[in-house]
Design a protein around this ligand. Structure first.
Ligand code: TXA
Ligand code: MG
Length: 339
């Protein structure tokens, strides 16, 4: 199929209307959001959902996030919503935040991939919201990349992975956050963090002082282990380049990289001058937000430049750093070196 490019600078209203029309007719369209680009489909249309799984090559047991634009829509897609979920909605919506709640019968069963729960997010991105509103439908949207590759933060990334496999792509701007939303399973009075994002563990603890941080966030689940978030068990965010996550102080990291005969260094700004190998500069060491913004672009750049091996200096796990660390450790296939 030919993938239609829908431009916003020329005819924004018309592009949004076209996207909505395709979605209402059961098509699949990549849309920008504040986190990463999403591959959207009508969450109530079983065939459209199947098309999303096929286009991405996504494992059938990995459920999708449903995107809404109002609290009224939340009431349709989820049921028995606890009070704490409303508190979260008030604090973190619209924004990069997803709640796993009990599913109603409203959305297609295949969205939840066999679970009794549904993941719901109200994005803040204007274009994403305009498309949902124009459709008046909840939209299921996983990240718009080929399954396993780094998530797309520009329309070019989407085209690279999915051109010819989806109906259309909205040619929006680069995503402002750069990593996917925080995913939280709400359990009565408490919550379990399943995937870290720009809504940080520290922010969540203001509502859930006893917040549980799922162990799959920082470690590799055993192959037979039942994980709370199915997405965590798959190979993820991985460029072709072989990556190693290096933990330790700056000086030790630079020494380590300098003893290696091959491989590039993905380092902090402050370190670039001290390293002999080819460097890819991430961000200032203390700027976790900037790291999140650069992360996936950086991982894609390694392949574009034909880099075969690289050593990444591990970020702190504070704030959004936890999200960056979580994506990196997977991109590195859990190869961690301490120096
Ligand atoms: O920021 C985002 O969330 C982006 C944009 C497009 O909104 N979407 C996104 O979707 O990252 P995806 O499919 O790449 O990641 C969804 C994650 C997966 O790890 C999946 O396992 C988890 O959410 N998930 C979805 N439904 C779930 C459920 N019912 N229970 C537990 N985890 C769920
Ligand atoms: Mg994804």
């Amino acid at each position: 199929m030919e993938t239609l490019r829908l431009y916003l600078d020329k005819d924004r209203e018309n592009s949004i209307k076209k996207a909505a029309k395709i979605l209402k007719n059961g098509g699949i369209v990549a849309i920008p959001t504040e986190t990463v680009y999403g591959l959207a489909a009508n969450a109530c249309d079983d065939n459209a959902i199947k098309a999303v799984f096929t286009a991405k090559g996504r494992p059938q047991d990995n459920p999708l996030i449903v995107h809404i634009d109002s609290m009224e829509m939340l009431g349709k897609v989820a049921k028995d919503i606890p009070e704490s979920a409303y508190k979260c909605a008030e604090k973190f919506w619209p924004g990069p935040f997803t709640m796993v709640l009990k599913a109603s019968d409203y959305v297609s069963k295949s969205v939840s991939a066999g679970l009794s729960t549904v993941a719901v997010r109200m994005p803040s991105d204007e274009i994403a919201r305009a498309v949902i509103s124009e459709c008046t439908l909840p939209l299921a949207a996983p990240s718009a990349n080929a399954s396993g590759s780094p998530s797309p933060v520009t329309s070019e990334h989407v085209i690279k992975d999915l051109d010819g496999k989806i109906d259309a792509v909205i040619m929006g701007e680069r995503c402002s956050v750069g990593v996917e939303s925080t995913v939280v399973a709400i359990e009565e009075d408490n919550a379990r963090l399943l995937r870290p994002g720009a809504v940080t563990a520290e922010m969540l603890k203001e509502i859930f002082p006893e917040l549980i941080v799922d162990k799959a966030i920082l470690s590799q689940p055993d192959s037979d282990e039942k994980v709370a978030s199915p997405g965590m068990k798959y190979k993820h965010y991985a460029p072709s380049c072989e990556l190693f996550l290096v933990e330790g102080e700056s000086e030790k990291y630079c020494d380590f990289v300098n003893t290696k005969k091959d491989g590039a260094a993905i380092c902090f700004k402050e370190e670039a001058e001290l390293i002999k190998a080819q460097t890819f500069v991430f961000a200032n060491q203390s700027d976790e937000k900037a790291m999140a913004f650069e992360l996936f672009e950086m991982l894609r750049k390694l392949d574009e430049k034909g880099i075969k091996k690289a050593y990444v200096h591990a970020p702190s796990k504070n704030g959004v750093g936890l999200a960056v660390y979580n994506r990196l450790i997977r991109a590195c296939a859990f190869r961690v070196v301490s120096v």
